[in-house]
Ligand binder design. Structure first.
Ligand SMILES: *Cc1c(COP(=O)(O)O)cnc(C)c1O
Length: 404
C-alpha cells in the first residue's frame, strides 16, 4: 500500500504552485489497480477506469500505461481517451440518454458501446444489424450506494433498461439481429456491501440465458473507499473471492467460460488525490468559529452536492491542540465543507488539506463567481509535475463574444 504524501511535501507543492491546488499521487493509483487485479486474478477480469472521476490527460495516460482500460461517459471522454493513446478496443462507452448520433460516432471510432435504452438499441439494431457487437445496460432494480443521489440501479432510476423489459430487448434482437455481446449493470457509488455486488452478478446470470451471443458480464463500478479513519471500504479481496466462486459455479452450470468487466472510478483515484487550500479568515462568532478557506463549492462541490465527507487536516499546524471549526468557502452561496469539525488550531494562512480529492472533485469544478479553476499537479516517482495551469483572466473570457 502506498503511503499518504507527507505534509512537508504537500506544503512544498503549495509553495511552488500556489493554492488552492489539486495534487495526485500516481503510484497510489497503481496500488489500487494492483489490488483489483490481485483480488480477481482467478477470473478472466478486465478493468475499465470510469474516467469521469478525473480526466486530466496525464491521468489517462498513466492509467493506460499501468495496463488498465477506460470507460467513458461522453463522446468527448472517448476522444480524450483516444488522444491519451488508448486503442479503441480498450475503450468502453457507457452512455446514458445520449443522442443516437453520438453512438454512431462511437461506432465509427470502433470503441466498445454500451447502450442504455430500448430506443437507441432499436436504432442501433436497424443500422448495424449483426455487424457491430454491443452490450446492454440493465437496471437491476437494486437499491445500492451511499445515498439516493449516487444510486443508479433502483426502480425509479433513469439509468439502464429495466429488467422487466427483457422481452422487449429480445424482440429487438429477433427483429434486427443486433449482436448483444455483453450485459452490464452499474448500481451506484459507495457500495460497501459485498452482497450487493453478488446480487448484481446473480441478476446477470439469471438473464444471460435470454441471449445467445454473450461473451462478458459487466458489473460496473461503485466500490466504496474509506473517507475517515475507521471508515469501511468495500472489502475488495473478499469481493474478489466471492465473485470468483460465483462465476466458477456458473461456468460449471453453463459449461462455458465467462469474462467479467468492471468499471472502477472512485476506487482507483479517490485516495490518490489531495486538495490543498489556505485559510483566508478566522471568524469567531458567538456560536461558531468559522475557518474561511480560499476555495469553495466551485472547486469541490461534493459536500454540498451530495453530502460527502472529506477528512480535513491542518498540515501547517499539525500538533496544536484541537478545537471545533466550521470550514466554509469563499463563494457567495452556502458552501460548507465541514461542520463542527475537530481540527488542530487554525490560524489565518494555515494550509488545510482535503483528503479523497481525486475522484469527482476537480472534475466537477466550475468558474462560478468568476473564480479561476485550481491548478493540478501529478506526483510520480516523488517528483511533482504541473499538469494543469491555474486559470487566468483570459480563461474566463475565452469563449465569450464581445458584441457591446
Ligand atoms: C460513474 C460510473 C462508474 C464509476 O463509479 P465509481 O463509483 O466511481 O466507481 C462506473 N460505471 C459507470 C457506467 C458509471 O457511470
Amino acid at each position: 500500500m502506498q503511503q499518504k504524501l507527507s505534509n512537508d511535501f504537500l506544503i512544498q507543492c503549495a509553495h511552488e504552485f500556489g493554492t488552492p491546488l489539486y495534487v495526485y499521487h500516481a503510484e497510489r493509483i497503481k496500488g489500487q489497480y494492483e489490488r483489483l487485479q490481485k483480488a480477481f486474478h482467478e477470473c478472466d477480469a478486465r478493468f475499465f477506469y470510469a474516467c469521469k472521476a478525473l480526466t486530466n490527460i496525464n491521468i489517462l495516460r498513466y492509467i493506460k500505461n499501468i495496463g488498465c482500460d477506460v470507460d467513458c461517459s461522453s463522446i468527448n471522454e472517448v476522444l480524450l481517451a483516444l488522444k491519451a493513446g488508448f486503442v479503441s478496443e480498450n475503450i468502453l462507452y457507457t452512455s446514458s440518454n445520449i443522442a443516437f448520433e453520438e453512438i454512431e460516432t462511437a461506432a465509427e471510432l470502433r470503441v466498445n458501446i454500451n447502450i442504455d435504452s430500448l430506443s437507441n438499441l432499436r436504432k442501433f439494431g436497424k443500422k448495424f444489424g449483426s455487424t457491430y457487437p454491443v452490450s446492454v445496460r440493465l437496471r437491476p432494480n437494486i437499491m445500492a450506494g451511499g445515498n439516493l443521489k449516487i444510486s443508479t440501479g433502483h426502480k425509479n432510476s433513469k439509468f439502464g433498461i429495466p429488467l422487466e423489459q427483457i422481452e422487449e430487448i429480445t424482440a429487438i434482437v429477433r427483429e434486427t439481429g443486433v449482436w448483444i455481446r455483453g450485459l452490464h449493470i452499474h448500481s451506484g457509488s459507495d457500495i460497501k456491501d459485498v452482497d450487493v455486488f453478488l446480487k448484481g452478478v446473480q441478476v446477470l446470470f439469471d438473464i444471460s440465458a435470454h441471449f445467445s451471443q454473450l461473451e462478458f458480464l459487466d458489473l460496473g463500478g461503485g466500490f466504496k473507499v474509506a473517507y475517515k479513519p475507521g471508515d469501511e471500504e468495500t472489502d475488495i479481496e473478499l469481493l474478489g473471492k466471492k465473485v470468483t466462486e460465483a462465476v466458477a459455479s456458473f461456468e460449471k452450470q453453463t459449461k462455458r467460460k465467462w469474462k467479467l468487466w468492471f468499471e472502477p472510478g472512485k476506487f482507483l483515484v479517490s485516495e490518490a488525490g489531495y486538495f490543498i487550500t489556505q485559510v483566508n479568515v478566522i471568524k469567531e462568532t458567538p456560536a461558531i468559529v468559522f475557518a474561511g478557506v480560499n476555495t469553495g463549492l466551485n472547486h469541490l462541490i461534493r459536500p454540498m452536492f451530495y453530502g460527502s465527507y472529506h477528512t480535513i487536516e491542518n498540515i501547517s499546524n499539525p500538533v496544536a491542540p484541537a478545537k471545533k471549526y466550521t470550514v466554509v468557502g469563499n463563494i457567495c452561496e452556502t458552501d460548507t465543507f465541514a461542520t463542527d469539525r475537530e481540527l488542530n488550531e487554525i490560524r489565518e494562512n494555515d494550509y488545510l488539506l482535503f483528503l479523497n480529492a481525486g475522484a469527482y472533485c476537480f472534475e466537477m469544478a466550475s468558474n462560478y463567481n468568476s473564480r479561476y479553476k485550481p491548478a493540478e499537479v501529478l506526483v510520480k516517482n516523488d517528483k511533482a509535475h504541473l499538469i494543469r495551469k491555474r486559470d487566468v483572466l483570459e480563461d474566463l473570457l475565452k469563449n465569450q463574444v464581445e458584441v457591446l
